[in-house]
Design a protein around this ligand. Structure first.
Ligand code: CP
Length: 366
């Protein structure tokens, strides 16, 4: 049995294998020949926090592969009335072949894995978001043909996305720089992991330095606290200068790929108009779909268990809902602001080194 609780659960070879299988599943799905790999299998989809993309992609992904994906809001389970996690874990372990859980504490996820006896996938915790990062790596490799040697720069809060991107990027052979304000550094164990990679990893509080010559720029929401609270106000102050402005992006390579896992918090960031425009253009590695688990046997003892299937679901989702997946942003245009890009698109000029996915909502509305 193997869990996916954090990126460092994977070896470099396993990471590559997952991406290879995901590519294959995506190609198969596009060609209309999805294998019922999960026929007869059931997956508990536990959500203790809100989710649109991860939930949707797991539900659809499991369905597409012939399995049963049961969405459960944990507040509606007995756990929501205080039943101990160990009791819930034992029940789920008897009925399901696999569990996905979006929750807060990484330790709770680990406990579910220990006590349920079934493989557990992290659907996001405060510490890690491995499914999103696998999807991001899949996107980057799809766009660039490779991962090794590319420079990935994360700018923002050193929390779950930073933790997972650092580990995932280094496992994939990338150069990784991480730009966080003082006091918002990634987890200590992630920094220890990164230390083993020597000069391939760089942590800085200087955004221009971190972004220099980056091939890939990634960011994530950094203020999800309630507006007006002391923490929210503090974050608004602390992140000044750490948003992806056009000016900052000029430090990255001209053809840098900009990723944001979404959701966007429009209006929550009044100091950052460009970011809001970017959001409106559906920035990012919107591959927030998920891993579809592939338990090898009913006894849950398997060696190569989880395969990314997110893109498979999302490509279809994309077609149906016109959601763009990625966005290539020419930083030479950045200082002139994104309005210029939007104007160009409105006029039908899409040649300004700005490429949108063909189903981008921006290109539809422009
Ligand atoms: N990226 C991501 O995890 O999106 P959701 O919160 O909508 O699942």
């Amino acid at each position: 049995m193997k869990n996916l609780l954090k990126m460092s659960d994977l070896s470099p070879a396993e990471l590559t294998h997952i991406l290879d299988v995901a590519d294959q599943l995506k190609a198969d799905c596009k060609a209309g020949r999805t294998e019922p790999l999960l026929a007869g299998k059931s997956v508990a989809l536990l959500f203790s926090k809100a989710s649109t993309r991860t939930r949707t992609s797991f539900e659809v992904g499991v369905y597409q592969m012939g399995g049963l994906g049961n969405y459960m809001n944990t507040a509606e389970l007995q756990a929501g009335r205080g039943e101990p996690l160990r009791d819930t874990a034992r029940v789920l372990g008897r009925y399901y072949d696999c569990a996905v859980w979006r929750t807060y504490r990484q330790r709770d996820l680990e406990e579910l894995a220990e006590l349920s006896g079934i493989p557990v996938i992290n659907g996001l915790t405060d510490y890690a978001h491995p499914c999103q990062v696998l999807a991001d790596l899949m996107t980057i490799r799809e766009r660039r043909g490779t991962l090794a040697g590319l420079k990935l720069c994360f700018v923002g809060d050193g929390s779950n996305m930073a933790n997972s991107l650092i580990v995932g990027g280094l496992l994939a052979g990338m150069q990784v720089s991480c730009v966080c304000p003082p006091g918002y550094r990634p987890a200590a164990d992630v920094l220890m992991f990164a230390q083993r990679y020597g000069s391939a990893f760089h942590l800085t509080t200087d955004p221009a330095e971190g972004l220099r010559d980056a091939d890939i720029v990634a960011t994530a929401a950094w203020n999800t606290t309630a507006p007006g609270t002391a923490e929210s106000e503090q974050r608004l102050r602390d992140f000044v200068g750490f948003q992806l402005t056009g000016r900052l992006l000029e430090n990255a390579k001209p053809d840098a790929l900009v990723l944001h896992c979404l959701p966007a918090h429009r209006g929550a960031d009044p100091m950052q108009p460009i970011r809001i425009h970017l959001y409106s253009l559906a920035v990012g590695s919107c591959h927030p779909f998920s891993l579809a688990p592939v338990p090898n046997s009913i006894h849950h003892s398997f060696s190569a268990p989880f395969y990314v299937h997110k893109q498979c679901c999302c490509s279809r989702w994309n077609l149906q809902h016109s959601v763009t997946f990625s966005f290539i942003y020419d930083t030479s245009l950045a200082s002139n602001c994104v309005e210029n890009v939007i104007d160009s698109l409105r006029k039908g000029d899409t040649k300004k080194s700005v490429t949108f996915h063909s189903h981008s909502p921006c290109s539809r509305s422009a």
